[in-house]
Ligand binder design. Structure first.
Ligand code: ADP
Ligand code: MG
Length: 321
């Protein structure tokens, strides 16, 4: 049961890149909900459309089709997919994105106080005398010190730069943050610190988080629920614990079997994922996973099983379950 209304309802979301008969179907009819205050994981192999979804939710790119119904701070609903740039502007501060590579998204010539100041200026926040205390507060929130405000991006470690990326997202007081593989550019030794920081900030500030990752261990640790994506389609949606204990879709089963496990014997019977991801410009007919599915049948080539609720809160797109 879902007591409070969803923060975001994504329905039939599509993004095709390129024209003609074979556009790249990066995202091809994706539907899921984001509940207020949750950390929702979005997982899938490289090229499955995760970043494209994140960029549509933050309207860095426009969807080809579909709805993204967002409930704002005042309880009013907006279809982010249909909003003009000018009507999107006031909502931009509410929905922020953290990128994989913080260095690529930080201007090397700007001191950190100006990086954060620019974010504040965009939304007319913390002007004049309020500016410096707010910058110091943001730095403190991400575990940095006031003197860091005077430094340039190259003077920081990778982990510190990702902290700056997080501070920049927090500067505009967002309600919803899309974190697109925020750990991928970091040393393993500091990934845990950044994960814990995200978890703490989420609790402190009452944020909702969409956590995009291909690291199944981190997703299991951090996320409340998980959306499993394959070739631009949702294969399964489930609470994290249920998903890891009993994956329903053959693709999820294969993903979890391929990942290192504390007790590999438990999942030895699940076949590993073979071959490469097919091209999203020329996806298989029927179920897009069927060409790599160990349980594929004839019917999978002609018909698609729509995502359906197999248990309360558990959705899968397969005949099998
Ligand atoms: P992920 O983040 O899961 O690795 P992406 O969303 O980045 O996947 O990409 C999904 C598919 O869309 C890939 O095949 C990718 O090559 C393609 N794609 C992404 N952006 C573009 C673009 N601007 N133009 C053409 N194809 C793109
Ligand atoms: Mg990506």
């Amino acid at each position: 049961m879902n007591a409070s209304p969803n923060l975001l309802e994504v329905r039939g979301l599509r993004k095709y890149f390129g024209q003609g008969t074979h556009p790249v179907r990066a995202v091809d009819g994706v539907s899921f909900d984001v509940r207020p205050g949750e950390t929702l994981g979005l997982v899938g192999e490289s090229g499955s459309g995760k970043s494209t979804i994140g960029r549509m939710l933050t309207r860095l790119i426009d969807p080809t089709e579909g709805q993204m119904r967002y409930l704002d701070a005042d309880g009013a609903a907006h279809d982010l997919a249909a909003l003009s740039a000018s009507r999107m502007r006031p909502l931009r501060s509410q929905i922020q994105i953290i990128f994989q590579d913080p260095y690529a998204s930080l201007n090397p010539r700007m001191r950190i106080r100006d990086v954060l100041g620019e974010a504040l200026d965009t939304h007319g926040l913390a002007r004049g005398a309020a500016r410096q205390p707010r910058i110091h507060e943001l730095l403190a929130q991400v575990g940095l010190r006031p003197e860091h405000a005077e430094r340039f991006p190259h003077e920081f470690s990778g982990g510190q730069r990702q902290r700056i990326g997080i501070a920049r997202a927090l500067a505009v007081e967002p309600r919803f943050i899309v974190a697109d593989e925020p750990l991928s550019a970091l040393d393993v030794s500091i990934q845990a610190q950044v994960v814990n920081l995200l978890g703490e900030l989420k609790e402190q500030l009452g944020l909702t988080l969409l956590f995009i990752s291909h690291d199944l261990d981190v997703v299991e640790y951090l996320c409340d629920r998980v959306v499993v994506l394959y070739l631009g389609h949702v294969m399964e949606i489930a609470p994290t614990e249920a998903l890891y204990a009993q994956p329903q879709h053959p693709y999820t089963q294969a993903l979890l079997a391929a990942a290192p496990l504390p007790d590999p014997a438990q999942r030895r019977s699940i076949p590993l994922l073979q071959g490469d991801l097919p091209s999203p410009a020329n996806p298989p007919s029927g179920c897009v996973f069927r060409t790599r599915c160990p349980q594929a049948e004839t019917r999978c080539a002609s018909a698609v099983m729509a995502l359906r609720e197999v248990q309360p809160g558990r959705f899968t797109a397969c005949w099998k379950n």
